[in-house]
Write a protein that binds this ligand. Structure first.
Ligand SMILES: C[C@H](O)[C@H](O)[C@H]1CNC2=NC(N)=NC(=O)C2=N1
Length: 95
């Protein structure tokens, strides 16, 4: 899968909620009620990542989880990143 152009990324970003594109990756920080909830959220993200064979970078800081997505094999953002971002948003809305 080849990386998306800046124009394509801008179009896809409008379909997502509060994701940012920076340094060739998608980023979003989620607020959770507790550190334990952050860990549970990350476990659900991990399951979705394994199913997709597409893995985010995760930064956990107490009640905040920052998700960063890029496609290593393409050295940029691809449809796989947007697809997993949508899955992670739906996980967060079902918490
Ligand atoms: C061999 C395996 O399919 C690849 O390494 C997968 C695993 N997870 C991945 N995750 C991400 N974010 N980008 C990739 O290019 C990628 N490639």
């Amino acid at each position: 899968m080849s990386k998306l152009s800046a124009e394509q990324i801008a179009v896809y970003l409008r379909k997502l909620q509060s994701w940012k594109f920076e340094n060739s990756a998608l980023h979003k920080t989620y607020r959770l009620p507790s550190f334990a909830a952050s860990i549970r959220f990350v476990q659900q993200i991990a399951a979705a990542a394994e199913s997709a064979n597409h893995h985010p970078d995760l930064y956990i800081r107490s009640d905040r989880v920052t998700v960063s997505l890029t496609t290593h094999d393409a050295n940029g953002v691809t449809g796989k990143d947007f697809s997993l971002a949508q899955q992670i948003d739906s996980i967060s809305s079902s918490l």
